[in-house]
Design a protein around this ligand. Structure first.
Ligand code: FE2
Length: 290
């Protein structure tokens, strides 16, 4: 396959830590992921899933094993504003979810087909991955009106290798705008490493997960927004600072994302919240076919 990234895009990625590739997914591919997700939600019985909210500014999920057990499963995480005080849904279930994670790429055929496609392998080769593995995937809804903000972070805080190698593959499944909560990133911030990690809490009497340090100092003026059309791939270096705002618009902002790490000459941090399991060892991008 021809190289999906032009030399200009590759050098922008190296310089800024983030780059957009418009038209990377076909309309058919984007629509197949949306339809597959809709079926998952249709079949999901909210009462059968611990109503677990997902919020990057409030860490209620850290007390529930539903989150830490989701690495090899398809688990559903709700928006705080979708639940009443008794954790019952107060909106239609199709408008209630923050995200689904974290093994869509392995367990759901439509997601597997896209994630392990020839063009993903080609991008990874262009990024000079020797032995890449897909370690997690998420479908993020950013629901109209209630889709929560994602506070500034580097993905390597959550998916750390030594040396750092994580790259986020992020796909717009509909048009992503300033109004519906597009990504913002800080160009060049991948050159500023962080020691902050999100880990399984070694103190078994406390929360199941915790951060090893407070957030790094952040300068909100450094961020630039990246509104992108449906089908765009956004590559996000694991060390680049990024965030997104609350969706206050009447339109959803559905995206699919998975994260790739290098296995060659690296070590996976044994403290990471996410660990491979017998059911889902981290799956090689080059070795696996859809
Ligand atoms: Fe992120």
């Amino acid at each position: 396959m021809e190289n999906p990234l032009s030399p200009e895009l590759l050098s922008q990625y190296r310089r800024e830590g983030c780059v957009c590739v418009p038209g990377f997914l076909t309309d058919d591919e984007a629509n197949s992921l949306r339809a597959s997700c809709r079926r998952l939600v249709e079949e999901m019985d909210p009462t059968q899933h611990t109503p677990t909210i997902f919020s990057t500014s409030d860490h209620n999920q850290s007390r529930s094993s539903y989150f830490v057990d989701s690495g090899d499963k398809v688990h559903f995480f709700f928006e705080p504003e979708a639940l009443d005080e008794n954790s019952k849904l107060k909106v239609d279930k199709h408008r209630s979810l923050n995200k689904i994670g974290h093994a869509l790429h392995w367990l759901v055929p439509e997601f597997k087909k896209v994630s392990f496609s020839t063009k993903m392998k080609a991008v990874a080769r262009q990024l000079r991955f020797v032995s890449p593995a897909v370690v997690q995937s998420m479908y993020i809804f950013k629901q109209p009106g209630i889709g929560g903000e994602v506070v500034p972070h580097k993905d390597c805080t959550f998916l750390s290798t030594e040396p750092q190698s994580c790259v986020g593959f992020w796909f717009a499944l509909e048009d992503v705008t300033l109004e519906n909560g597009c990504l913002w990133y800080s160009p060049g911030s991948h050159n500023n490493p962080t020691s902050r990690r999100f880990i399984r809490n070694p103190d078994e009497t406390g929360d199941l997960t915790c951060f090893t340090a407070p957030p790094d100092p952040d300068d909100p003026t450094k961020y630039i927004p990246i509104p992108v059309p449906k089908g765009t791939l956004v590559l996000i270096n694991g060390q680049v600072d990024h965030k997104s705002k609350k969706n206050t618009s009447p339109n959803s902002r559905h995206i699919y994302t998975f994260h790739v790490i290098e296995r060659h000459d690296t070590t996976w941090d044994p403290r990471n919240w996410l660990q491979p399991t017998p059911e889902m060892p981290f799956t090689g991008l080059y070795e696996n076919e859809p």
